[in-house]
Design a protein around this ligand. Structure first.
Ligand SMILES: [Zn+2]
Length: 113
């Protein structure tokens, strides 16, 4: 994956993905195998936005509505999920993307003893 796998390959349709939801400016999909665990869905804007910090208000509503729809589906299907996005040096792909993770794909935040 390059620095912007989403603009380079996903949005132009160069890789096989499983689309779960799509709106005018957003896309929710399962990434190609190997995935991230039990189930894992990625939600992106279909035009370039670097990160949450660069997201404008109009697209925020549309994007979060897609995230919410996928999260509701994941809760219904699996009983729960984790929704997260990364920023700065924790963000490896510099195109805003939300992870909706289920089961063993969930990052566990364990308090330090
Ligand atoms: Zn991009």
């Amino acid at each position: 994956m390059g620095p912007d796998w989403y603009c380079d390959e996903v949005i132009p349709g160069k890789v096989k993905i499983g689309v779960l939801a799509q709106t005018e400016n957003t896309l929710a999909f399962r990434p190609p195998l190997p995935g991230f665990g039990t189930d894992h869905i990625i939600v992106i804007p279909t035009r370039h936005v670097s990160s949450l910090l660069d997201l404008d208000d109009d697209l925020t509503i549309e994007l979060l509505t897609t995230v919410k729809k996928i999260a509701a589906w994941a809760v219904d299907q699996h009983g729960g999920c984790q929704v997260l996005t990364t920023l700065g040096n924790e963000q490896h792909n510099k195109h805003l993307h939300w992870h909706v993770a289920v089961g063993d794909g969930v990052a566990r935040f364990v308090p330090r003893a």
